[in-house]
Design a protein around this ligand. Structure first.
Ligand code: AMP
Length: 411
């Protein structure tokens, strides 16, 4: 089945063609028809599977076909998402897929001035893509009216619950008409997700994508066993040997993100970082430079993982093995997006091996081991422009809380 065979407006078909979307992905194939039929949908789908378009396409079509209500500020579709980055991306995707239709969209997110958002609401919008905080602010200030909402979408519901948005979500739902279509998306499912889902959907069509393997099919996974202190040399080599590639590196903490970036800087590799410690303006700047290929290496923490939808990420490096298994899925989902192929490699130290086993259990597959013989391992350390011993002493210095000895001069 091709998009050209779907019962959707010619404008949308044309936009999909321009985007290079020919065939629907699994989730799109399963969810577009019921959504077009006005059904509620409960979908367990991971990011990278094409889930944004799976709701954007039918919702834009439905809104385009229905009569616009007379109140300019009457929002007809509300999309709630956990992060600002995701809100901006979904807003952008809707704008692109809905180009030439009369369907208007805007993003309501915190961390930036509210006046331009209010101005957009006053001009009239059909769709609002929002994070809970700013959404509440604007509702309580009287700028946003939800009593005309026909479609409610919760995206990455599990992440919203992880971030503690449950009461905000419930609060918003009380302001939306009961007679509506509800679409509920989550990457993972457990008791709390089910409880929330069943409290807001009615007789939903359930869709699950690859239940046994939550990771997108077009990603090749592997793991290499590398000692903690040696990881940066392997990263240096991987980046230098793949100069043309866009590489996304995941680390556990903000501090590690900055340290790895510094280590790369010392060996002449340009890298940028994104994590919760950066303000929104910085994060946007960083994402732009990575998107536009000004910088090919982005070092990120899990907090920012889900919001990153950058086309053409060739490799995801799990520089640290994630402590929460489901984060593995979100991290590697940044590559192999849509119909593209992607590579994911994990650097696993001896002490991280139990975490790796947990991940394999979770995704229901063994991750292929990239064997490194001793000679090659040593070669990688020698390959580095920074002498391993110097680095080790640097690392020790950095991790000693109160250095009594004199610091060695940094290179
Ligand atoms: P998502 O899971 O919505 O974050 O989408 C992941 C990526 O897949 C995005 O970069 C989309 O542009 C891309 N994509 C979505 N649907 C298709 C499709 N049918 N064909 C090709 N690429 C797609």
């Amino acid at each position: 089945m091709k998009f050209s065979d779907y019962r959707i407006s010619p404008d949308i078909k044309q936009n999909l063609e321009k985007l290079g979307f020919k065939k629907p992905t699994d989730i799109q194939y399963k969810s577009i028809p019921p959504i077009l039929n006005g059904e509620d949908v409960l979908a367990i789908a991971q990011t990278g599977t094409g889930k944004t378009a799976s709701f954007a396409i039918p919702v834009i079509h439905l809104l385009q076909g229905r009569k616009r209500n007379d109140r300019p500020s009457g929002v007809r579709c509300l999309i709630m998402v956990p992060t600002r980055e995701l809100a901006m991306q979904i807003n952008e995707a809707i704008r692109t897929i809905g180009k030439g239709t009369n369907v208007k969209t805007c993003a309501i997110v915190g961390g930036v001035a509210q006046d331009p958002q209010i101005a957009q609401l006053e001009k009239g919008t059909d769709i609002v893509v929002a994070t809970p905080g700013r959404l509440f602010d604007l509702i309580s200030q009287g700028y946003l009216n939800l009593d005309r909402v026909e479609v409610l979408i919760l995206d990455e519901a599990d992440h919203m619950l992880d971030l503690g948005f449950i009461n905000d979500i419930k609060g918003v739902i009380t302001k939306i008409p009961k007679q509506r279509q509800t679409l509920f998306f989550s990457a993972t499912i457990d008791e709390r997700i089910k409880k929330l889902a069943y409290s807001i959907v009615r007789k939903a069509i359930r869709i699950q994508i690859s239940p046994k393997n939550p990771v997108a099919k077009n990603i090749t996974h592997s793991v290499a066993f590398i000692e903690m202190d040696d990881k940066r040399f392997f990263l240096e080599r991987l980046i230098k040997e793949n100069e043309d590639q866009k590489i996304l590196v995941f680390v556990r903490t903000q501090v590690r993100a900055e340290r790895v970036a510094k280590a790369m800087e010392r060996v002449q590799i340009k890298a940028v970082t994104i994590h919760g410690g950066k303000d929104q303006k910085d994060r946007l700047k960083v994402m732009e430079s990575f998107k536009n290929n000004h910088v090919k290496v982005l070092i990120a923490t899990d907090v920012s993982a889900r919001g990153i939808d950058v086309p053409g990420v060739n490799q995801v490096v799990n520089y640290d093995i994630p402590e929460q298994t489901e984060n593995y899925v979100h991290r590697v989902g940044r590559t192999g997006r849509g119909t593209q192929k992607g590579l994911a490699i994990a650097f696993c130290s001896e002490e991280e091996k139990p975490l790796l086993t947990d991940i394999e259990d979770y995704i229901g597959q063994k991750i292929t081991v990239q064997k490194i013989n001793q000679e090659d391992y040593n070669h990688t350390l020698d390959y580095s422009e920074e002498h391993p011993h110097d680095w080790k002493s640097l690392l020790k210095e950095a991790e000693t809380p109160k250095p009594k000895k004199k610091h060695k001069k940094r290179k």
